[in-house]
Design a protein around this ligand. Structure first.
Ligand SMILES: [Ca+2]
Ligand SMILES: [Ca+2]
Length: 410
């Protein structure tokens, strides 16, 4: 989804309140510059300044070396499956320009979480560290400095500066939302709302809880929150290429992780949205919102929910044209971000689609589908999973959260 960071969302909301304007009036966003903090840029990268995530070596120097295919003979990290290295087509041949050109990638093998990181796993991280996510922190006026004008900062009403996150707005103005054509980015904002008190412990807002959702994917985590979890667990976010390669489950050039038919024999294979989004969800797959991980079959690599349930943050910055210049061996994304739809907002890649994805709008559940989000935005339909390369294994064993990960059979 095309969502701005929480802070600029508040500015837009504040402007709407003050002016009596619709929050999707683009003119109210003029002057909003949202350059990420230095921490947001580098917190997931190696210390060598290459921009490569941990465990990804310089791909140009590595091209002559044989790929790592076999799983090292070590104790397998809890909750993870081995993704054997190999060569695969990346991208799609549909009508999405950012999935083209289809190109070959060569990836060394790695371990990947069999499931999205669950609420229960994230709770162990928080219990051990006391970490507070973006959505749980009160936005401070000074955090807007350099991102919006001083006038806009002064215009933010104090009551807007409350912790919260972005949820679906079931009471959106359906008459204002287009039918029969793709909505504009501004129209998309009609169906979302900044919900005070929403966070990973209260996914639908302050009155909701995680009591019966410990085996659901964690949500309302920003990219930076996900990276902090990874550090604790001794792992990292997957690169976009690792994610797509793993998502294909060993199949070649298929639309979905299981093949080319979305509902083989009429069976729903993933937790997505049935019906015309955002008006009506027929819930034919049995899940209106998130589902317990492993509710649907694993793909050929033993990975669950690589299509649907929640979007998953990846390491890479998003650039729509990156595939035209992507290196072949272990690509890890461009040096910076550019989203032509919202060019002033740096975005990180999200993959796999969510329970909100549908046939009439985003089809994000296709394995080649690319999405992007501001690293300082949290939403109710985006989470993450982690990876680990053999070169990270020793540091992983020493990490405080190394035992994190559900006990899946693998
Ligand atoms: Ca569903
Ligand atoms: Ca997913």
């Amino acid at each position: 989804m095309l969502l701005k960071k929480n802070l600029s969302w508040l500015v837009v909301g504040a402007a709407a309140v003050l002016c009596g304007c619709e929050a999707n009036d683009n003119s109210k966003r003029s002057g909003v510059s949202v350059a990420p903090s230095a921490g947001a840029i580098d917190s997931d990268s190696q210390a060598d300044g290459s921009g490569a995530p941990s465990g990804v070596v310089d791909n140009a120097a590595d091209e002559t070396k044989p790929l790592v295919v076999e799983e090292p003979k070590v104790e397998r990290p809890r909750g993870m499956v081995w993704i054997p290295g190999g060569t695969s087509k990346m991208g799609g041949d549909g009508n999405q320009p950012d999935e083209q050109p289809i190109h070959d990638v060569e990836l060394d093998g790695f371990w990947m979480d069999a499931t999205e990181v669950t609420v229960g796993e994230f709770k162990r991280f928080v219990d051990a560290t006391g970490y507070k996510t973006l959505a749980e922190r009160k936005p401070k006026r000074e955090e807007f400095a350099g991102q919006v004008s001083a006038e806009a900062i002064a215009a933010i009403k104090e009551e807007m500066l409350v912790p919260g996150s972005i949820c679906f707005n079931p009471k959106f103005d359906s008459a204002a939302f287009p039918k029969g054509r793709r909505p504009t980015p501004d129209e998309i904002y009609l169906v979302w709302k900044y919900e005070p008190g929403a966070n990973w412990q209260h996914p639908d807002g302050p009155s909701s809880s995680i009591e019966d959702r410990l085996d659901h994917p964690v949500t309302h985590v920003s990219w930076n929150d996900a990276v902090e979890y990874c550090k604790w667990a001794g792992r990292r976010l997957p690169t976009e290429a690792e994610w797509e390669y793993a998502g294909r489950g060993g199949l070649d050039s298929k639309i979905y992780p299981w093949g080319d038919t979305r509902e083989p024999n009429g069976r729903w294979m993933a937790n997505i949205w049935q019906g015309e989004w955002p008006f009506k969800n027929f819930v034919q797959d049995g899940h209106e919102k998130t589902s317990p991980v492993m509710s649907f079959d694993a793909n050929g690599f033993g990975l669950y929910d690589m299509s649907g349930n929640v979007w998953e943050w990846c390491h890479d910055w998003y650039q729509g044209e990156y595939y035209a210049s992507s290196p072949k061996r272990n690509p890890f994304g461009p040096a910076d971000s550019f989203d032509p739809i919202e060019p002033t907002i740096p975005k990180r890649v999200q993959r796999g689609g969510s329970f909100m994805c549908n046939a009439n709008y985003c089809t994000g559940y296709r394995v080649s589908a690319r999405m992007k989000g501001d690293p300082n935005t949290a939403t109710w339909h985006c989470g993450f999973r982690t990876v680990l390369t053999p070169s990270m294994y020793e540091s992983y064993k020493a990490a405080p959260g190394a035992a994190a990960g559900r006990g899946v059979k693998n």
